[in-house]
Design a protein around this ligand. Structure first.
Ligand SMILES: Cc1ncc(COP(=O)(O)O)c(C=O)c1O
Length: 486
């Protein structure tokens, strides 16, 4: 098979990601006037999670459950087997997990964080430490809920925003060994590796690094857990960037990764462009340890809190992860946007990762201290001037420490997610255009303060307000430059 992830060359020499799919179902979008966008922000506490899609033009909040589904996925949903127990839809899900991920025991869970709850419930005790390349919000919340803690063990390069390092998600092997020696292997229930490390800009790890982590896990007899939510994209980047695998198929790369882990879990909202999740392993003992928790927290073992229709879509979606022309679409759009912004000097995380384009707000809004949540303010400002909804990935997304003190994020990012096969290139160009305008007018953006702060995962439903009248000033400048244009 030809390498479909290779870009198709244009005679003009332009570097354009060409879509290898056609659009057959469409949904109308609304670009509401800037005055309405200001009202929407005020109603939603300057938190893009709290906006209604009626007020959103391009929804770049996340790729979770928002990737476009294929005709084959939608078709499969129609033949779902509605049964509480013993559903054939689950049998097809199991087969897909075995064929694609190479694991024969499967426990269904209704989404990624539900899998994290099950794993944390089984293995985390007070004082447990989980070494990981980097945390994800829900992962950390579950581990700390059960009395454990985490250690993030990336190489320094991972924190360098503008870098050429191909594998910023690699685990620092010396730090890992040091962490185990400090805490003692008995206090480490598992080591966690996250594919395409979400919170540092969707950055992958290499298979060589995963092998090195596995060697340490074996040496100290500690389980290795792989968060495979963004596994397909990590595999695709391995193919592009790790020489040993440049001629391997997606299936071979994926199983090279999953084969090194004792336990694999995933959010199917990401991995297979559907809605659900699962935990899988080839270790019967692990399977038996986790099994009783599924009926307790999720539902019976053949649906795990999911609709059987979604289970059918997951099964098909897992096979589609092996299709390079599908999996490369989002990373190629991201690369296009990242390179276009970078060429204009707008600070973005490089090299381009997966999931979305990550804008470096710490650099853009140097005038806003972290105490005033620069990434949150920038996300609100960008929505205001464009109708595009991104997600704050900075200090608002961090959680307070056990004494209630703020913990400021290593990076203040605006994430503009580019779900698979959802947007067109002119929409991506609109994002580039409005971001350029906002960058040039960045001094007008001011900070935010909390008006309502939930105790757990505060970024989801928290409310904030501007600390000055900066939104009005931004609108005045927008009107000056764009006149009546939306
Ligand atoms: C790496 C990673 N792990 C876990 C999760 C949690 O998955 P879910 O949103 O399905 O609960 C996500 C979701 O974005 C994720 O990106």
């Amino acid at each position: 098979m030809s390498n479909q992830s290779e870009k198709i060359k244009f005679y003009s020499g332009e570097d354009i990601p060409l879509e290898l799919h056609k659009v057959r179902v469409v949904q109308k979008l609304h670009l509401v006037p800037i005055e309405r966008r200001l009202e929407a922000l005020n109603e939603g506490g300057y938190n893009t999670f709290r906006l209604s899609t009626n007020d959103v033009f391009l929804d770049m909040l996340t790729d979770s459950g928002t990737n476009a589904m294929s005709d084959k996925q939608l078709g499969a949903m129609m033949i779902a087997d509605d049964a509480y127990a013993g559903s054939q839809s689950f049998v097809r899900f199991q087969k897909a997990v075995e064929d694609v991920l190479g694991k024969k025991y499967l426990l269904p869970a209704h989404q990624g964080r539900a899998a994290e709850n099950i794993i944390s419930n089984a293995y985390i005790r007070k004082g447990s430490i989980v070494p990981m390349n980097y945390h994800f919000t829900t992962t950390m919340a579950h581990i700390t809920q059960y009395g454990g803690g985490i250690e993030e063990l990336l190489y320094d390069e991972a924190y360098v925003i503008n870098s050429k390092h191909p594998f910023k998600g690699n685990m620092n092997i010396e730090k890992l060994e040091n962490c185990i020696q400090r805490h003692g292997a008995k206090n480490i229930p598992y080591i966690r590796m996250e594919a395409s490390t979400n919170l540092i800009g969707g950055q992958p790890f290499s298979i060589q690094n995963l092998r090195d982590v596995r060697a340490i896990a074996d040496k100290y007899k500690i389980r290795l857990v792989l968060d495979a939510s963004l596994l397909g994209e990590n595999a695709w980047l391995v193919k592009q960037r790790e020489d040993e695998f440049k001629n391997s198929s997606m299936g071979e790369i994926i199983q090279a990764m999953t084969g090194l882990a004792d336990l694999v879990y995933f959010s199917a909202r990401k991995l297979s462009s559907s809605r659900g999740g699962g935990i899988c392993t080839n270790d019967h003992e692990i399977y038996k340890e986790l099994e009783p928790l599924i009926p307790l927290f999720e539902g019976f073992l053949t649906y795990g809190g999911m609709s059987v229709r979604e289970i059918e879509a997951i099964a098909v979606g897992l096979y589609e992860t092996l299709d390079e022309s599908m999996i490369c679409q989002s990373p190629q759009y991201i690369e296009y946007l990242v390179n276009a912004l970078d060429a204009k000097g707008i600070p973005v995380v490089t090299p381009a990762g997966v999931l979305g384009c990550h804008v470096n707000v710490m650099e853009i809004c140097k005038h806003i201290p972290q105490t005033q949540y620069p990434a949150g303010a920038f996300a609100a400002a960008f929505y205001l001037i464009s109708g595009v909804r991104g997600m704050e990935r900075g200090s608002v997304s961090n959680q307070r420490d056990e004494y209630g003190n703020e913990t400021y994020a290593d990076m203040e990012l605006l994430r503009l997610a580019i779900p698979r096969r959802v947007f067109t290139l002119s929409q991506i160009k609109y994002v580039e255009d409005r971001l350029t305008w906002l960058y040039e007018n960045r001094e007008l953006i001011g900070g935010l303060r909390f008006t309502y702060e939930p105790p757990v995962l505060r970024f989801f439903m928290g409310g904030l307000e501007p600390i000055s009248d900066w939104p009005q000033k931004l609108i005045a400048k927008f009107k000056e430059d764009f006149g009546d244009s939306l």
